[in-house]
Design a protein. Sequence first.
Length: 362
Amino acid sequence: MTSDTAMPNAEPGSSKASLDHHAPNTTWTRAEATSTGAAVEVIDLHKRYGELDAVKGINLSVAPGETFGFLGPNGAGKSTTIKILCTLVAPTSGLAQVAGYDVVKSRNEVRRRIGLVFQDTTLDDYLTAEENLRFHADLYGVPRKAVKSRLQEVMEMVGLWERRKSEVKTFSGGMKRRLEIGRGLLHAPRVLFLDEPTVGLDPQTRSHIWNYIHELRKREDITIFLTTHYMDEAENCDRIAIIDNGQIVAVDTPEALKASIGKDRVEIQTDSNSDTVNALKSHFGLDATESEGVVAFHVSGGEQFVPRLFSELSLPIRSIRVARPTLDDVFMNYTGRTIRDAESSISERMATNPWMRARSRR
């Protein structure tokens, strides 16, 4: 996504923010779950850029209070969908509602009820952490009498209260991400959008960020909608939607999606992986794929199948691994490729498509 901040009066179809914070904003309340209907509702949503179909008729519904994950490779349409839901980009067709308001017809009402943490930092490095949050509070019309207590509340929640007087340029990447999450919560939104919240962070910092996200779920009455291409992060969500090439291919809880495969994943290496794929098909009737240097396939009772594999496969096996289904397996099951292969394919298309290259620079 772009590094511009979504302000209550930004024009649709653009990620440029309006700094006119004197527009009507007569109410400010803590987040509250909608009594009826979904927190996010999307029906037959399309977004087209010239010859590129970025979003191809997706449908989804997110319940109030849910942590919903949008899982897919970079370039699959995740960020485009979030831009539409946050009123930064107008859809080509279809319906999208957030907190009960249409993202096209009632964009200002939507903006007052959402928080957004971009993939790229949007903090002012030369302001202190507290100054960044106070500026945000002013833009969103948070009453002055509520700012002090709310600011302390969210900064303590993300563990930065003691550093409130420090300039942001002295913060680590993980601290900046935590501060941005706190800023997104400051005006008490109903829905918090997190676009790749831990991208570029080391594993330990990523774990800490997720601890803070779990904590805010306990303390804030809020719906969280996040995008990620990290399989392990998707495990933290109540439900996930797998998106590939602009289309949703599966939606369910992580456990239900893994259970839907119902088979173990077996990975083997031989002297000729391509010959192994053919042999598994002809002799065992198995559809195998070669990816990242190994041949992978799914079979019921993987551990029991291994002895038969050694005795009947004509090619010598150099290594073998059996694992229970993971979200990687789910992605491969629904798309026929791993998420890394999908990202490589998208990168190749961007390298040869001038329109896609131009979009990636915006």
